[in-house]
Design a protein. Structure first.
Length: 261
């Protein structure tokens, strides 16, 4: 069955808790692919928005692999955690492993580990909600899907708990333009488009990324193309936080902070 995190650290706030390791049994989707130049930054590192694209593609490929793409095509991500433990540099071959780390009848957390053949390592976890596109409400997954995902976790009553809930600071905002190409089939701005902003606004926080570091992005309410998006930021010695604001309402919150390796 699945392994669990070190019990000596699980009392910490969930945002600081290490992600569970690869389980030693159960269903694990395991693929390889080459890192493309479109996802690298000026230093030939895999960018954070490029990582998000790999997570999105791996999710679709995983559904297709288990024959669930037609029966479970619509998912909305509620939170993504990305731990950059050792940066991935181009050129390289990636090994991507994806498995379930917690599940309920209508949502699940999916772990993705990305190893590069040059020694890079990125660990991630996403909280995914299965959606009925017609009603735009959470929908039960099929029994066979639930059973398969349950083979890598003992957590079968997964509950949502928000990690980032600090109020938006009264700091001046920076306008962030949205593109029509960032719109998904829900008529929402895509998951990866948020990470474009994270990449832009955290690029100068070099002290936070000297060693292993964690990005967290929580989506509170969708953003649609045509809305005016403002980004507020706040910096502390150990974290940089971003608020995605539309009409003075917080739609998402992101945070960057160092993390223990």
């Amino acid at each position: 069955m699945n392994q669990v995190a070190d019990p000596t650290v699980t009392a910490a706030h969930p945002s600081a808790t290490p992600l569970v390791p690869v389980p030693d049994s159960g269903h694990i989707f395991d693929v390889t692919r080459r890192l493309g130049t479109v996802d690298m930054d000026e230093n030939q590192y895999l960018r954070i928005d490029g990582t998000a694209r790999h997570l999105q593609d791996a999710g679709v490929d995983h559904l297709a692999h288990i024959g669930a793409l037609e029966s479970h095509p619509h998912w909305i991500v509620r939170r993504t955690v990305i731990d950059v433990l050792r940066p991935i540099t181009w050129p390289t071959q990636l090994r991507i492993r994806r498995w379930c780390s917690g599940i309920s009848p209508r949502w699940c957390t999916m772990r993705v580990r990305i190893d590069s053949d040059t020694g890079g390592l990125i660990e991630t976890e996403g909280f995914w909600i299965h959606m009925n596109k017609e009603t735009m409400s959470p929908s039960r997954v099929a029994d066979e899907f639930f059973e398969l995902m349950s083979t890598t976790t003992d957590e079968h009553r997964l509950r949502w708990r928000q990690w980032l809930d600090e109020p938006r600071p009264p700091t001046p905002a920076t306008r962030f333009p949205l593109r029509r190409t960032d719109t998904d089939h829900f008529q929402h701005i895509t998951n990866t488009a948020y990470w474009h902003a994270v990449h832009e606004f955290t690029a100068d926080a070099t002290d936070l990324v000297q060693g292993p570091h964690r990005f967290i992005l929580e989506y509170n309410k969708p953003i649609r193309y045509g809305e005016t998006l403002d980004i507020h930021t706040a910096r502390t010695p150990d974290a940089l936080t971003l608020w995605f604001s539309v009409d003075h309402g917080t739609r998402a919150i992101a945070q960057l902070r160092p993390v223990a390796s």
